[in-house]
Design a protein around this ligand. Structure first.
Ligand code: FMN
Length: 220
């Protein structure tokens, strides 16, 4: 924004200088202007968008062995679609074969197992799910395994996988009774963890601190 304002400011003076300023800004993309009064980090590889969810993507491999990986670059795209940024993994090979996957949420009880699923590839350890003592149930809706030890799971069909962006259609969601209160998913019981990209660690969530579409009403 500061760079944009500088370019806009230059626009009021002289047009050949403007072009020069615009070009300089384009060419120096990797060295942005500092924001006054703040520590500047630039747009490096270690970009901090935090907190991020810790989603666990489970697939069948070609021999029908379950595989699962951790992904933190994930989000909800619309009411029934999710998007996950994926590099090449055993998981992406599996997705190309089956066109389906499940997504579960790492929680405080499964920090070590979930991190292990992000450290080790099923290409190197084909039984990585069994190795931590986890078990699976075949999804009745898509061609993918549900990891029993994760209490909340989305069953998804692949919509597309282009430029490293996996888009999935959620065809069903199920939850273990143990994380429900009055029939609804209760995050205080699920205890999901988030990935802290600044601290390079996992964090627990805290208490509810305000009603959504409600806390701001006092300013209306
Ligand atoms: C905290 C954390 C977050 C990760 N997020 C992603 C991600 O969003 N996208 C991705 O492609 N890989 C991500 N990974 C790496 C994969 O989980 C890892 O390469 C995994 O071993 C792949 O397993 P697979 O080869 O069995 O599919 C992450 C790993 C960790 C520890």
């Amino acid at each position: 924004m500061a760079a944009m304002l500088l370019v806009m400011g230059a626009c009021t003076s002289n047009s050949s200088q403007n072009n020069q300023n615009v070009n300089e800004n384009t060419e120096k993309k990797e060295k942005p202007q500092a924001v006054e009064g703040r520590k500047n980090f630039g747009s490096s590889h270690a970009l901090v968008t935090t907190p991020q969810p810790c989603v666990m993507i489970a697939t069948w491999d070609k021999d029908h062995n379950p595989d699962v990986m951790m992904a933190a670059w994930a989000g909800q795209l619309d009411y029934t679609k999710i998007v996950i940024s994926l590099s090449k993994h055993k998981t992406t090979d599996n997705l190309a074969e089956t066109g389906a996957f499940t997504v579960s949420f790492a929680d405080e009880r499964t920090v070590a197992q979930s991190d292990y699923f992000g450290l080790v590839s099923g290409n190197d350890v084909p039984d990585k799910v069994a190795k931590v003592g986890f078990t699976v149930t075949p999804s009745p809706n898509v061609d993918a395994p549900i990891i029993n030890e994760y209490p909340l799971t989305l069953e998804c069909k692949v919509v597309s996988f282009e430029d490293g962006m996996l888009i999935g259609e959620v065809v069903n969601q199920s939850a273990d009774e143990s994380i429900l209160t009055d029939g609804k998913v209760d995050l205080a019981k699920l205890k999901p963890i988030v990935f802290d990209a600044a601290g390079m660690c996992y964090r627990a969530l805290g208490d509810s601190v305000g009603q959504a579409w409600g806390a701001g009403k006092k300013y209306q």
